[in-house]
Write a protein that binds this ligand. Structure first.
Ligand SMILES: C[S@@+](CC[C@H](N)C(=O)[O-])C[C@H]1O[C@@H](n2cnc3c(N)ncnc32)[C@H](O)[C@@H]1O
Length: 267
């Protein structure tokens, strides 16, 4: 199987794929970072260099300065991967994100929108490099606030025909040696509370339903829901109370801004 990894930090995730059980099944692996080599080593130190050396000595390829939003810049049109991973994406602080923010990120809401745009742009670009029909794009994301407000499960809709195939609890033990790194420095963060979102190109409508019905941890058992907050209620009265809460209203405003942004950028 052929694998592409984008947005790596200290390359421990890519290295873990080389040295853990999936290894014998890998026929090609390209590990990439957004940082150029100099800033990567400055940020993540000698540990990153050691991981890179191990990947290269296993016979795989390492590239730097690769923007996950524009994969067509680095790969020919006929390149295909069985798996494309973006682990714990987060907008680079140096990025000036789109004109909707007037060249800068203003507040928490803008940061959420900027991160959604990063992932949506990545999905839109990566979908053209998947081996069909089985290829998968996998995005790991923390399952705590504010990351839950990114609503990663909904972003495949902006990259049709991509659809959400599954959402699983991320298990670090599946990737021995993976040490998630922050976007700014050689500092780790816990991945115990992360989810892995898998997207693929599928024809059956059942998967669209899965996407629509993804309400966080819970299966959709009840019909009374707030689709913005991904909550279920046992009565209309409970839902009405929820719709008046400050938290719901903050989220509703965010979704309005997001819908406007999507319209400006993608339509
Ligand atoms: C929280 S760090 C995670 C690093 C690494 N993936 C890990 O799991 O340890 C977020 C990563 O997203 C990368 N990133 C941000 N914007 C990117 C872009 N446009 N293309 C590729 N990677 C990007 C950053 O460079 C950084 O490495």
């Amino acid at each position: 199987m052929s694998v592409l990894l984008v947005g790596d930090g200290n390359f421990s995730f890519s290295r873990s794929l080389c040295s853990s059980p999936p290894c014998p099944r890998i026929t090609s692996l390209i590990a990439t970072s957004y940082d150029n080599k100099t800033s990567l080593i400055k940020k993540y130190g000698e540990g990153a260099q050691r991981n890179i050396d191990e990947i290269v000595s296993s016979g795989w390829i390492v590239k730097h300065d690769v923007d996950a939003r524009r994969l067509e810049k680095y790969f020919s049109k006929d390149t295909r991967f069985d798996y494309i991973y973006f682990m714990h994406p987060l907008v680079d602080p140096d990025d000036r994100v789109r004109m909707v923010f007037d060249g800068k990120i203003n507040n928490g809401e803008d940061i959420i929108i900027a991160n959604r745009l990063l992932i949506a742009d990545f999905l839109r670009s990566a979908k053209d490099f998947l081996t069909l029909p089985h290829g998968e794009i996998r995005v790991a994301c923390k399952d705590t606030y504010p990351y839950t407000w990114w609503r990663v499960s909904q972003l495949g809709k902006l990259a049709r025909p991509l659809k959400l195939k599954k959402v699983e609890l991320f298990r670090n033990d599946d990737f021995p040696g993976y040490e998630p790194r922050t976007v700014e420095m050689d500092k780790s963060f816990p991945s115990a509370k992360s989810k892995m979102y898998s997207f693929g190109v599928l024809n059956d409508e059942g998967n669209v339903e899965f996407e629509e019905q993804w309400y966080g941890e819970k299966e959709l058992k009840l019909q009374i829901v707030c689709s913005i907050c991904e909550k279920q209620f046992t009565s209309e009265a409970d839902k009405a109370r929820h719709l008046k809460t400050e938290k719901h209203n903050i989220r509703a405003k965010l979704e309005e801004k997001w819908a406007k942004t999507v319209e400006e950028i993608y339509q």
